[in-house]
Design a protein around this ligand. Structure first.
Ligand code: ADP
Ligand code: MG
Length: 550
């Protein structure tokens, strides 16, 4: 078929652009099948979609049998493919510093590859440029497939890449058994190159060095024994002067739910997979969330165990974010003073004397952080440089001094006061109305798109995801949209299950079938989202309706 495709393309040269549509279907190239899945209607439309399935690329069983190594190997090959395709019209979606399952390249059972790439079908205006198309599909693409053959690649590098990811996963898997919520290895490089680059800082980065009292050593399958700082379950406070690296450390913990590429500096910085960054998010909508632990009597008299607003304040948005995180199963909350509502975090004595009793609807986080941990096993890691109030409730206090961490728990507890806790009742569980989660656009066809890292378009709704900080890859935003669709189509959300049960059920299905379950007939790239982000998108979908609260 490859000769036939080549002839076909050359014959089309100069024909009107719409003729490209005739290419749709399978083309047998001998050792692989090329499928033209979707053809763009004109040169300005989103790229056409090409799939390549090669059942045997020589990838050894050791690289595909285990799901972690399989994901890592696929990621490695994807990055190689991107380099190989530089300057070509063929585009493959690959990751940044994180290694996350994505649709663009899968390693298959038996050691093959399944590639899904985009091609901007070349044209001279609205006429087909058949020669360029022929070059891309009949030469560049087969060359790429050859180039991804296990015998052609740097096997040592590929294996080292997978070893590194396997170590990260093994390290994260050990956290719970060690009663830790996070671990930061000695020697890790946390600071990034700039506010807009996620690559490691090049010059002057101070490598992480754990304080002795918090040092933990862990055995990993490939690297052997490593040491670093264990962040214990409970309440951890990170303090220190401005510019001493507090937010940088917290940011590394936020990202520690993901695996990082070798050389990133955060390969051995890990956090519990269900840790959720909490922030204030003024203006977000809230659809029937139980925020009553934080908000007790509003001036409007609204029932705060069934709270709805189109426009949340800083404090109520943060309260909703915490309650929703707990509702969907977070074990760890990550909080930075830089992005919180002060009145939800603390209330000092003088303010309590001035505004007391019924006049203040808010119960500050400081009164709830301990019961949250004691009764519901939810830990908190909190950056707070501006107030010592949290000394009263912290189990451990880490001070950053010129980027070096010190254990100052004892000094801080000498400064602590007695403090009475409030009660944290588990937020009521919501049952979402599946009919309200509708991805169909105006012609009834599914519409899932994104704008930068800011907006997910889901059907007729635009979901503002700027406040969802643990989205790290544009493809995850699409992935989350597809996951919402799957929640409904797979009947995980069935009008009976609570949101949490529905997410459990989807997780199970994804673990079994992998990321491509989400987009069987989707014409674009996507990446696996975490359940926390799927829930976050659902909670920000203004069309979403709650059928029942339990
Ligand atoms: P804080 O939150 O304590 O005010 P940041 O975490 O924002 O401080 O860090 C302040 C600056 O220091 C940032 O520019 C950051 O990149 C840099 N920085 C953080 N950690 C390190 C480090 N380990 N080595 C070198 N520079 C660092
Ligand atoms: Mg900061």
């Amino acid at each position: 078929d490859d000769a036939r495709l080549s002839q076909e393309l050359l014959k089309m040269d100069g024909a009107s652009y719409g003729r490209y549509k005739s290419l749709k279907g399978d083309w047998d190239f001998g050792d692989f099948t090329l499928t033209v899945q979707r053809v763009q209607a004109d040169p300005f439309a989103p790229p056409s979609r090409i799939r390549v399935l090669r059942s045997d690329a020589g990838i050894p069983e050791s690289a595909w049998k285990d799901p972690v190594r399989r994901r890592a190997t696929a990621d490695y090959l994807g990055r190689r493919a991107r380099k190989q395709l530089r300057g070509s019209l063929l585009k493959i979606d690959t990751g940044g510093q994180e290694v996350i399952a994505r649709s663009s390249l899968q390693v298959t059972e038996g050691g093959g590859i399944d590639l899904r790439i985009g091609l901007n079908m070349p044209g001279h205006g609205r006429r087909i440029d058949g020669r360029s198309a022929e070059r891309e599909l009949c030469r560049t693409l087969p060359d790429l497939v050859d180039d991804l053959d296990w015998d052609e690649i740097d096997q040592k590098e590929a294996v080292a890449f997978a070893d590194s990811v396997a170590d990260t996963v093994a390290l994260r898997d050990q956290l719970a058994g060690l009663d830790l919520v996070a671990f930061v290895a000695d020697g890790a490089i946390l600071p990034r190159r700039s506010g807009i680059s996620d690559e490691p800082m090049r010059d002057g980065a101070v490598p992480f060095d754990s304080p002795e009292s918090l040092r933990v050593s862990v055995d990993l399958p490939h690297r052997g024994t490593i040491t670093g700082m264990g962040v214990a379950e409970g309440i951890t406070l990170i303090v220190g002067g401005g510019f001493h690296g507090k937010s940088t450390l917290l940011h590394a913990l936020e990202r520690g739910v993901y695996d990082h590429v070798p050389g990133d500096g955060r390969e051995l910085v890990v956090t519990r997979p269900d840790a959720v960054k909490i922030r204030a998010e003024e203006g977000r909508g809230v659809e029937r969330t139980d925020v009553s632990p934080f908000v007790r009597n509003l001036p409007t008299g609204a029932d705060t165990s069934d709270f709805r607003t189109e426009n949340a304040s800083g404090s109520t948005s943060q309260a909703a974010n915490i309650c929703e995180a707990v509702e969907s199963g977070a074990s760890t909350l990550l909080v930075d003073e830089d992005s919180t509502a002060t009145n939800l975090m603390i209330r000092d004595e003088r303010m309590q004397r001035l505004v007391h009793g019924d006049r203040e609807p808010l119960v500050p986080f400081i009164d709830l952080v301990r019961p949250l941990n004691r009764e519901h096993k939810v830990s908190t890691v909190l950056v707070m440089g501006g107030s010592g109030d949290y000394f009263d409730v912290a189990d451990q206090v880490i001070m950053l001094d010129a980027y070096h961490p010190h254990d100052v728990t004892d000094q801080a507890s000498e400064l602590a006061h007695e403090r009475e806790d409030a009660e944290f009742r588990l937020p009521r569980a919501r049952v979402v109305d599946p009919g309200s989660v509708d991805d169909s656009g105006n012609k009834g066809r599914s519409r899932i798109k994104r704008r930068d890292m800011d907006v997910l378009t889901f059907g007729e709704s635009d979901v503002d995801v700027r406040g969802v900080e643990q989205f790290v890859d544009p493809g995850q935003i699409i992935g989350a949209g597809l996951a919402l669709r799957r929640l409904v189509q797979g009947r995980h959300l069935n009008g009976e299950r609570t949101l949490r049960e529905a997410l459990d059920s989807l997780d199970q299905e994804l673990a079994e079938h992998g990321v491509t379950l989400l987009g069987q007939d989707f014409g674009g790239d996507y990446t696996l989202p975490r359940r926390a982000e799927v829930a976050a998108v659902l909670n920000r979908l203004r069309a979403m309706r709650v059928a029942e609260m339990r």
